[in-house]
Design a protein around this ligand. Structure first.
Ligand code: CO8
Length: 260
């Protein structure tokens, strides 16, 4: 565990639960991403950890996605560093040998949805106040190719096309309907359902499951691995544009107004 992550590792079951507790909304800042990556690295190396459940300690929110403030008014160098950490988290999660389950106990827009989609299985709280999806276009920004491919790999090409173009955020029932999440349960049962599902996944011969997972995800992972620098440059050029900065500013103002 570290400042914004509480990790409960049950040595007898080999399952770790990672609770995100970065107030108020678990937005993924450079610091928080770094913390997550360090924790993932440790768990991945630990032979005693075979399964990882990711959940949130914050009320109503799984993760608000990337920290918008990391993309606003920052130097190109800093933006590049931030994006490298986003890539790193995705590579670690999407390529994990552990069984990973997202216990989505709140809203999960953009980067929160990406994080969920990297997992092997998604269980969401059946609360119509919550939503999940890649809403990037609503911020005037464009989901990178590996966000897109992660979604295609999850819900197929057509659902992804509609989702991404419209920047859709889905209610739990709609998310289940397109396969963006795998199961809905009452809010107080998200973690117990995840634990139950984990038992089932961990009963599969491990090596065969790991190779199969890698076979399914390899080409998407390789595409980013071999293009990391170009992808960073692309992000930095895009996000530092005056017009994009303006879009982000307007979106942040809209968030504040919604609150008032
Ligand atoms: N980053 C930074 N701050 C945030 C974020 C965020 N993503 N989300 C919320 N906050 C802040 C709010 O501004 C607010 O701040 P303050 O208290 O100072 O006013 C505080 O967190 C609490 O937020 P809310 O009052 O809105 O809390 P609610 O519980 O009512 O709602 C939600 C929680 C649903 C998470 C809501 O805050 C929300 O919708 N947030 C925006 C989520 C979003 O759109 N995220 C997209 C981020 S972009 C991304 O992840 C991928 C980018 C890919 C880049 C590609 C470029 C090439």
């Amino acid at each position: 565990s570290s400042a914004n992550l509480k990790v409960d590792h049950d040595q007898t079951t080999g399952v770790a639960v990672m609770h995100m507790q970065s107030p108020p909304v678990n937005s993924l800042s450079l610091d928080f991403l770094t913390e997550i990556c360090i924790t993932l690295e440790k768990l991945e190396m630990d032979k005693g950890c075979r399964g990882l459940i990711i959940t949130s300690s914050q009320p109503k929110v799984f993760s608000a996605g990337l920290d918008i403030l990391e993309m606003y008014g920052k130097s190109p160098e800093r933006c590049g560093e931030f994006w490298k950490a986003v890539q790193e988290m995705w590579l670690k999660l999407y390529g994990s040998n552990m069984v990973t389950i997202a216990a989505i106990n709140g809203s999960s827009p953009a980067g929160g949805c990406l994080m969920s989609m990297t997992c092997d299985y998604r269980i969401m709280a059946d609360n119509p106040r919550y939503s999940i999806g890649l809403n990037e276009t609503m911020l005037g920004i464009v989901a990178p190719f590996w966000f897109k491919e992660t979604m295609v790999n999850t819900v197929g090409h057509r659902n992804t096309e509609i989702s991404l173009e419209l920047g859709l955020l889905y209610k739990p029932a709609e998310a289940l309907n397109i396969g963006l999440v795998d199961q809905l349960v009452p809010e107080d049962q998200v973690l117990s359902a995840a634990t139950q599902t984990m038992t089932k996944w961990l009963a599969i011969p491990e090596h065969a499951r790991q190779i199969t997972k890698s076979m399914m995800r390899k080409s998407t992972i390789e595409k980013l691995r071999s293009n990391r620098e170009a992808d960073i440059q692309n992000f930095v050029n895009f996000i530092t544009k005056e017009s994009i900065q303006k879009s982000l500013r307007m979106y942040m103002e809209m968030l504040k107004q919604k609150k008032a």
